[in-house]
Design a protein around this ligand. Structure first.
Ligand code: GDP
Length: 551
């Protein structure tokens, strides 16, 4: 959804004016604390603030109040606190809670662990549901009304395999795209725009609804209207139902195209009947679902279908501001041999121009050239226009949001920070600790704590091993015994080892079957010993990089 500037400022513990400054830096034209910004933008601001704050947090102390969601994973909570996930997991283990990095924590646990760090928690009350339409997203109450103009609807064709999506998209393109005089070849860039009696419609030309779904999964809602295509000789099929559910979840109006009506075994009435089971009742039966019988192959009734798209879009009152720095969504991207990274971007709002400094996901650059859906070079691209963008330093991912910032330095900074974050994320999800590569991990600075779980046959030897191991701590590596006890190595021990990135030592005990399987799956290192000093020696050797390979 959207968030007001003063609320964002509150969340970040800043003055509204400071947030407005940051927003302006990001190219958002915001002047009032009552203005709203998109969640994506708000996240971006938070990213920038957190980076600066990260250095300061270490010196902070005393009872601070943190505002949090009622349910967070260990990783998310660690991020909110500016702590390493590993150290947070250890803290949890200390509280007797075994949690993996992606485990959800409940309110009570969050409160308890934060108290350990000297924080107080305030839980956020349920925010309004997302499901914000693309149209709501692109409108900013702060825009100058004069700059707001109508924009073309963005349409996705969805339906079961072989029901005619590709044929329909080709038919629409062939009949409505004006081929350039020079006989230029229409380029497949993942989206195209057609002209229907002076009204433009943008089609996402990515077969299947994978694009729709994956873009949506990444938070990029781009579709205004969905055309649900159903073959009249086949009827509602599993992917038809899937498509219906996706469109409904996204709150996107559906127009049904009943295809292949030229076939002798076509049963359009049966299709309508089946649709009623999914709360799509045809208009002619008193419902409000528009159904258009077509033949994509013979190009029958395509005009009527497009008119219906225009009609439905008009009811949506689609608007955008042409006169502001662009933002958009990467629909497709590839590495072109001659031209380098090329991304098809659907402009959501504003106008993208040659020379604009751009960032999308981990990629950045300056717009070198813009290519429209007919392969022609253009100087700019406005709302709802699909355009091939040249000038990225690397290939962005589909679903990445494109933004225009102040200058090349800004976009590089943002992209590099995201790259760093991604690297850290990759690292933290990385391999578990094992004695064999412990030394390397220590040398690379990946490990500062060696966490150990000790299980043994009698309490006396467990204690003896524990004491001796703790003595092995050096300036570089702190040895921690996160758990010790009498009995076999069990699955719970492995889960704890996974959660706390620990190795397991069994003294005169062995892992049971479940534990062995879990250890294999989670790649936890279990070492079993019969002599105490041998266990100590192994750990010491591993820390010093002198461990004999154990095959
Ligand atoms: P997609 O998998 O949904 O993209 O389906 P396609 O567009 O590839 O179409 C699958 C098959 O149905 C192809 O052989 C098309 O020629 C055929 N087809 C598509 N539309 C029609 C139509 O209106 N009438 C007939 N008879 N065949 C069609």
């Amino acid at each position: 959804g959207k968030i007001r500037v003063y609320k964002l400022a509150e969340d970040l513990g800043l003055e509204s004016s400071e947030v407005i400054d940051i927003l302006n830096e990001l190219g958002e034209e915001v002047s009032s604390h009552m203005s709203t910004v998109e969640d994506e933008t708000a996240d971006l601001v938070a990213e920038m603030v957190n980076e600066e704050a990260a250095e300061d947090t270490k010196t902070e102390s005393g009872d601070d109040v943190i505002e949090l969601e009622t349910s967070l994973t260990v990783k998310e909570l660690a991020e909110e606190m500016g702590e390493e996930p590993n150290s947070l997991m250890q803290e949890l283990v200390g509280l007797g809670i075994m949690a993996t990095i992606n485990q959800e924590l409940d309110e009570e646990t969050i409160e308890t662990v934060l108290a350990e760090y000297g924080y107080e928690v305030e839980f956020k009350t349920e925010e309004e549901e997302e499901g914000t339409s693309y149209n709501e997203l692109v409108q900013d109450i702060d825009d100058d009304p004069e700059d707001i103009e109508e924009r073309a609807p963005v349409v996705t064709v969805m339906g079961h395999v072989d029901h005619g999506k590709t044929t329909l998209l080709d038919a629409i393109r062939e009949t409505n795209v004006t081929e350039s005089e020079a006989g230029g070849i229409t380029q497949h860039i993942g989206a195209y725009q057609v002209d229907v009696d002076g009204e433009k419609i943008t089609f996402l030309d990515t077969p299947g609804h994978e694009a729709f779904t994956s873009l949506r999964a990444r938070g990029a809602q781009v579709t205004d209207v969905a055309i649900l295509i159903i073959a009249a000789d086949d009827g509602v099929m599993p992917q038809t139902v899937e498509a219906i559910n996706h469109a409904k979840a996204a709150d996107v109006p559906i127009i049904v195209a009943i295809n292949k009506v030229d076939k002798h075994n076509a049963q359009p009435e049966r299709v309508k009947q089946e649709l009623t089971e999914y709360e799509l009742v045809p208009e002619e039966w008193g419902g409000n679902t528009i159904c258009v019988p077509i033949s994509a192959l013979q190009k029958q009734n395509i005009d009527e279908l497009l008119e219906m798209v225009i009609l439905v879009s008009e009811m949506e009152e689609l608007k955008a501001n042409h006169d502001r720095p662009a933002n958009g969504v990467v629909v497709e991207a590839e590495l072109d041999k001659g031209r380098g990274p090329v991304a098809t971007v659907l402009i959501k709002n504003g106008t993208l121009k040659i020379g604009d400094p751009i960032v999308a996901g981990l990629s950045y650059g300056t717009v070198k050239a813009l290519v429209n859906d007919q392969g022609e070079r253009v100087k700019k691209a406005g709302p709802a226009m699909p355009v091939g963008v040249l000038g990225f330093n690397s290939v962005p991912q589909s679903g990445d949001l494109l933004q225009v910032l102040e200058d090349e330095r800004e976009v590089r900074k943002l992209a590099e920070r995201r790259q760093d974050e991604k690297r850290q994320e990759d690292l933290s999800q990385k391999k578990t600790v094992t004695l064999d590569d412990l030394y390397d991990q220590i040398q690379e600075g990946e490990i500062k704590d060696l966490n150990i779980i000790i299980k043994g046959d009698v309490q006396g030897s467990v204690e003896a091993i524990k004491e001796a191991l703790l003595q092995l701590s050096t300036d570089e590596v702190q040895v921690n015994v996160v758990h010790s006890g009498v009995g076999a190595v069990r699955e719970a021990d492995i889960m704890l080892a996974t959660a706390s990135n620990a190795i397991v030592i069994g003294f005169n005990v062995r892992p049971d079957d479940n534990a062995r399987q879990a250890a294999e799956k989670e790649q936890v290192d279990i070492r079993t010993y019969r002599v105490i000093y041998k266990a100590i020696e192994d750990i010491r050797a591993a820390m010093e990089g002198m461990l004999e390979p154990d095959y």
